[in-house]
Design a binder for this molecule. Structure first.
Ligand SMILES: NC(=O)c1ccc[n+]([C@@H]2O[C@H](COP(=O)([O-])OP(=O)(O)OC[C@H]3O[C@@H](n4cnc5c(N)ncnc54)[C@H](O)[C@@H]3O)[C@@H](O)[C@H]2O)c1
Length: 355
């Protein structure tokens, strides 16, 4: 702490730091950004140029862990670093905000949760969508019975030419842990579980496909999130996934695609209740459908939409001060990570898994 301001180090100065976390941290008056850290120093220097309040640039995060003034670190590296850096930081007595997915497997995620518990420090996960105002409203409306019984949730996380960094880390299973399911699915399942107030899984079935970029050089992308395709690289992850889950609350069906031969970008979750329904468009807004005299009525809810990354960082900072556990605390996210393991296991065995 410095003059009651929380001192942080940002580890990993790539894309998500650029569009999400540095903008949010720089607007947070309760924060000192003491270190920007990246193995590639130019990336950290770029952040310092953009945010002059960054005090120091480092390439070795251990420097920040050894600094007693540092209260918290942001782990914004690819998933490869999530577990080890978070555990190092927790053991050094720092609070940790770690980007999603938590890690490769549920076991690794549990290990991280246990380390946080042992250290008595916070470990929040970057499930930023839980902080959308629309998501908060849906969760509240469901809790208050606005939907009646939600019996089914359908979710689509499909785009058509968006395999990220084809041939690079995202499509190399050893580095990424999987494809569209772990990368995009985590956000969608986590939202569904949150709005439903948590679920107990009963059966899970899933299929994964890797058909669209069998020859990397033949795949023509429209968006390449993480840089140009690497034609000689590896692509051993799924770019399409489909599945079905039964839970103690609603059943859930889903399709996800980084790429498909249908030129539509469909990113939404439908909550089907016996009284009302809602379509949550990924990224913010939702439509609510109810009935009057048996006729379906569409209601466009009106609400302020603050930047969810700012709300996320404020919640993390508040928790550091009060010791409360936020909705993004790792203990609340483990189920979202666990389901990924089960879905992948079902796809590998090509059979339904009963829990
Ligand atoms: N919540 C969201 O909305 C959201 C959006 C995009 C990405 N993400 C997640 O954020 C994470 C980072 O994604 P990205 O797209 O910014 O990746 P990126 O590759 O653009 O940036 C990661 C940076 O981490 C650095 N790095 C790696 N290991 C390091 C280490 N040991 N020490 C210091 N720096 C190190 C790399 O050099 C790189 O600059 C991923 O887990 C991704 O899934 C979340």
């Amino acid at each position: 702490m410095r003059n009651d301001r929380i001192v942080v180090c940002v580890i990993g100065c790539g894309k998500v730091s650029d569009f999400a976390h540095f903008p949010a941290l720089s607007k947070n008056p309760g924060c000192v950004i003491k270190y920007a850290c990246d193995l590639i120093p130019e990336r950290a220097w770029k952040r310092k140029e953009e945010y002059p309040e960054v005090e120091q640039v480092i390439t070795d995060y251990h420097v920040a862990l050894a600094d007693p003034e540092v209260d918290a670190v942001y782990v914004l590296t690819p998933v490869t670093g999530h577990r080890d850096i978070s555990i190092d930081a927790l053991r050094a007595g720092k609070h940790v905000f770690c980007e999603k997915p938590i890690s490769y497997t549920y076991e690794m995620a549990r290990e991280m949760a246990q380390e946080a518990e042992k250290a008595g420090k916070l470990l929040d996960i970057g499930v930023c969508n839980r902080y959308h105002r629309s998501v908060e409203l849906l969760e509240q409306m469901n809790r208050e019975g606005a939907f009646g019984k939600i019996y089914h949730v359908y979710c689509s996380f499909r785009n058509y030419r968006c395999i990220p960094q084809l041939g690079g880390a995202y499509t190399t299973k050893e580095l990424s842990g999987g494809g569209v399911l772990i990368d995009w699915g985590i956000h969608f399942f986590d939202l569904i579980f949150y709005v439903l107030g948590g679920v107990k899984l009963q059966t899970v079935t899933c299929d994964t496909y890797s058909e669209m970029a069998k020859r990397i050089s033949d795949y023509k992308y429209i968006g390449m999130y993480a840089g140009p395709a690497q034609p000689d690289g590896i692509n051993d992850v799924e770019e399409f996934v489909s599945g079905y889950m039964r839970t103690d609350k609603a059943s859930i069906s889903f399709n996800g695609a980084w790429a498909q031969n249908i030129d539509h970008d469909e990113m939404y979750i439908d909550f089907l209740g016996d009284k009302s329904g809602a379509r949550l468009t990924y990224g913010g807004s939702f439509e609510f459908f109810t009935t009057r005299d048996g006729v379906l009525q569409k209601v466009e809810p009106k609400y302020e939409i603050p930047t969810h990354y700012e709300v996320e960082s404020e919640a993390f900072f508040r928790a550091i001060r009060t010791g409360e556990k936020t909705r993004a605390h790792i203990g609340n996210i483990l189920e979202s990570q666990k389901v990924l393991d089960i879905l992948y296991a079902s796809a590998e065995k090509r059979e339904e898994i009963r829990l």
